[in-house]
Design a protein around this ligand. Structure first.
Ligand code: S3P
Length: 164
């Protein structure tokens, strides 16, 4: 699958959207956020989709959106943090060309997440840390580059650009 897309994965709070937008504008690429597409399609925000239809349904929609956007060209694609929860997605990501994993310490990531109910998978730090530890090997297994994300977004973007 050689489509020049750049895919950003990583936990909630890793800055995928902020960095993705900056990167896309720097490269003249389209920015795509899979969560936003899901919300538009479903006509509901993510916590509502989880509450009304359940996580499994959300994951099904996420997979079909991911498959679809990976077919596009010249896009920076920001994936929801749980994209690696679905095996099919891991296959898709492993065949994508440039997948960047944005990583930082779990405490740093947790402290960046707003406590506003927008992320149904977040509760206590202990739970978040468990999720982080379970997902980290999966992120590593489907990315070609790991980028340290605990720094200024501009520096993160520059680091990604150096790797392209
Ligand atoms: C999720 C992360 C969220 C969103 C949903 C589930 C997760 O995306 O897809 O709330 O399971 O980690 P962000 O990583 O963009 O916050």
């Amino acid at each position: 699958m050689t489509r020049n897309n750049i895919v950003l994965i990583g936990m909630m709070g890793s800055g995928k959207s902020t960095i993705g937008k900056l990167l896309a504008s720097g490269l003249g690429f389209e920015f795509i956020d899979t969560d936003s597409i899901i919300e538009e399609r479903e006509g509901k925000i993510i916590p509502e989709i989880f509450a009304r239809s359940g996580e499994e349904y959300f994951r099904q929609v996420e997979t079909s959106v991911l498959k679809e956007v990976l077919e596009k060209e010249k896009c920076v694609i920001s994936c929801g943090g749980g994209v690696v929860e679905t095996l099919k997605n891991i296959d898709f990501l492993q065949s994508a060309e440039k997948v960047f994993y944005l990583d930082a310490d779990s405490r740093v990531l947790y402290d960046r997440i707003p406590i506003d109910g927008s992320r149904p998978k977040v509760s206590t730090y202990k739970n978040f840390e468990k999720l982080y530890e379970a997902r980290r090997p999966k992120y590593l297994g489907c990315s070609k580059y790991t980028i340290h994300a605990d720094r200024n977004p501009i520096e993160v973007v520059q680091e990604i650009m150096r790797q392209l």
